[in-house]
Write a protein that binds this ligand. Structure first.
Ligand code: AP5
Length: 219
């Protein structure tokens, strides 16, 4: 199964991708995590991407498409993607890359959350920079404040979760990523999910929607 997640910053794409990866045993491809790892390691890609990520803007299509092509060489059979595609050019490139491999996309899941909730979620987010696991100080805190339950390592707040950068990321989403909703609707691949409520409730809705889509394809 090949799935992409759509939705604004803070919609829960990373959280749900990680849960779905475990449930469906799919490979996870998260462009934000990949870019942050490159930034932390000071790679050429990281140095090129850094100013864009810090400003809350999109990294140029050519850089992220090349990064995804490498991932698909290893994992085109089954994956769940978080953060890609983010522009129509990226979506078209993904379709072309998957067509060349004979492994078309099954579904694009759109997580729908109102803006005030997005901002509240991002301002309380804490992340394990090594694994990408996220917590929320208000709704899903770690057992010990500031420490990851999994590996005992310190949690950090993302630089781009500062209020002014969040505002920029939401604007960029509206202008450059929201058009993908129509792109996937026209392709008959869009599944809309109400992403308000507990993390577990949202995971159950996603699993049910995927199950229904798979069932209707089979029948
Ligand atoms: P990226 O890391 O992809 O950030 P994003 O899309 O802005 O998404 P977020 O990670 O902020 O939110 P999320 O939806 O994953 O929410 P999460 O699950 O963490 O990208 C960062 C930057 O990299 C971009 O700005 C850009 O510069 C660059 N980039 C990345 N991909 C690119 C691409 N394809 N092209 C160009 N540039 C690219 O949840 C948020 C919080 O809410 C957490 O605290 C979580 O615990 C909590 N939460 C989640 N679900 C719930 C729930 N149901 N109830 C209560 N709390 C919840």
């Amino acid at each position: 199964m090949r799935i992409v997640f759509l939705g604004p910053p803070g919609a829960g794409k990373g959280t749900q991708t990680r849960l779905l990866r475990a449930r469906l045993r799919l490979h996870q491809i998260a462009t934000g995590d990949m870019l942050r790892a490159n930034l932390a390691n000071g790679t050429k890609l990281g140095r090129e991407a850094q100013p864009y990520v810090e400003r809350g803007e999109l990294v140029p299509d050519s850089l992220v498409i090349a990064m995804i092509e490498g991932e698909l060489d290893r994992n085109a059979a089954g994956f769940v993607m978080d953060g890609f595609p983010r522009t129509v050019a990226q979506a078209e490139a993904l379709d072309a890359m998957l067509a060349r491999r004979g492994t078309p996309l099954d579904a694009a899941l759109l997580l729908k959350v109102e803006r005030a909730v997005l901002i509240a979620r991002l301002s309380a987010r804490w992340t394990n920079p090594r694994t990408g696991r996220t917590y929320n100080a208000l709704t899903s805190p770690p057992k010990v404040a500031g420490i990851c339950d999994d590996d005992g390592k310190p949690l950090v707040q993302r630089e781009d979760d500062r209020a002014e950068t969040v505002a920029k990321r939401l604007q960029v989403y509206d202008e450059q990523t929201r058009p993908l909703v129509d792109y996937y609707r026209k392709a008959g691949k869009l599944i809309e999910i109400d992403a308000l409520g507990s993390i577990e409730a949202v995971t159950d809705r996603i699993a049910a929607a995927i199950g229904a889509a798979t069932h209707s394809e089979a029948s």
